[in-house]
Design a protein around this ligand. Structure first.
Ligand code: ZN
Length: 363
């Protein structure tokens, strides 16, 4: 079974207002789930608009992350108050938690992404972390959200940093899916890979300009946020599991194991993971094109003010056995790194990371 997309998608400047009738038909008592205080104003608007439709609405905020502790607290609140739907309004962690809890309680989930940082508003997938933000596993859900509300005026309020992060995460789709899945003889998978290539091209063309668009109104900005928040999700939906992740996400998952004082966004870490994956392809699979892709991507990542080394993510790999820990986690049995079409051992990863972190990157 494959769930390709949310049942209904509202997009554009008035997406939220347009979705109200359908939401009111779907639920009489939704729980609005969020996390950051910076987006409270939007959740208050969501609350008021639903109250005006005579719905019995309640709020809950994640305390930590998309972690089992928060998920079970949210589950208790829903059961205690007899809520019949979850409206997850926030970033990727909020969306993933909302989808997960709705699935275990068998109630519909409505996703309202408040940034373009991930495609979590679309996908039938939740990434589970510890309270401290260390990746544990991803869980495939039975279905994509019931309704996705991709309201541009909400996303306009998000910091530019979230858009940069979304661009890096969406770019990874092509580099990960094309290397892991190009030999799969399944038309849908091949077409998903083609979409991810078009998505990459669009981000290479528009990403920098969209990031600098102060007023966030140009078609370049709109195309870019939809590429990150919608098309990237569509690629995962059509392509299925093997189209989603490979080494870039395996490195992300491993890097999150090291706890740092400053938290980085998912795509910011994936961007570094993507460069590492390409270096791995170059050094261990003699792929000359990978070296060129690194140069091409570095130009964009720098333009987007994104980190390009693990050190820039606040981690010195040459201290505290960090290198060993990252290599262990990224090479563990269950790791997506083993979807690569060549064998990878822990020593390869240690060599590639050492080389990568030591090299003065020139563009
Ligand atoms: Zn991702």
């Amino acid at each position: 079974m494959q769930s390709i997309s949310p049942e209904t998608i509202f997009r554009g400047n008035d997406a939220w207002e347009k979705s109200l009738t359908q939401i009111a038909n779907l639920t009489k008592s939704p729980l609005i789930l969020g996390r950051s205080v910076h987006t409270n104003k939007i959740r208050n608007k969501i609350f008021t608009d639903l109250k005006n439709r005579e719905l019995n609405v309640n709020f809950a905020n994640l305390q930590f992350d998309c972690c089992y502790e928060d998920i079970s607290k949210v589950k208790e609140i829903i059961l205690k108050n007899n809520h019949d739907a979850v409206i997850a309004a926030g970033g990727g962690k909020v969306l993933d938690s909302g989808k997960y809890v709705a699935e275990i309680l068998n109630i519909p989930c409505i996703t309202v992404p408040l940034s373009a940082a991930t495609c979590a508003g679309w996908t039938a997938l939740s990434n589970i972390y510890t309270k401290k933000g260390q990746f544990i596993k991803d869980v495939a859900l039975r279905s994509c959200p019931k309704v996705l509300v991709f309201d541009h005026k909400f996303i306009q309020t998000a910091p530019s940093r979230t858009l940069a992060s979304g661009i890096a995460d969406a770019l990874a789709k092509w580099y990960e899916s094309s290397i892991t899945s190009s030999t799969i003889d399944d038309g849908l998978v091949q077409q998903a890979i083609q979409i991810s290539r078009v998505l990459r091209d669009q981000l290479l063309i528009n990403g920098g300009e969209a990031f600098k668009d102060e007023f966030k109104t140009t078609s370049c900005w709109k195309n870019t946020i939809e590429a990150c928040g919608l098309t990237a999700g569509l690629v995962g939906g059509i392509g299925g599991e093997k189209c989603r992740t490979a080494a870039a996400h395996a490195f992300h998952n491993a890097i999150t194991q090291i706890i740092t004082p400053n938290k980085f966004l998912h795509g910011e870490i994936v961007g570094v993971g993507l460069l590492l994956q390409l270096r791995l392809e170059e050094m261990k699979n003699n792929n000359k094109l990978a070296g060129q892709s690194i140069k091409q991507l570095l130009v964009l990542l720098k333009e987007l003010n994104l980190p390009t080394t693990i050190l820039e993510l606040g981690i010195n790999v040459f201290e505290n056995q960090n290198l060993e820990r990252i290599a262990d986690f990224s090479c563990r049995d269950k790791s997506e790194i083993h979807f690569l079409p060549f064998e990878i051992h822990k020593k390869d990863i240690m060599e590639v990371i050492t080389n990568f972190e030591q090299q003065k990157i020139k563009i």
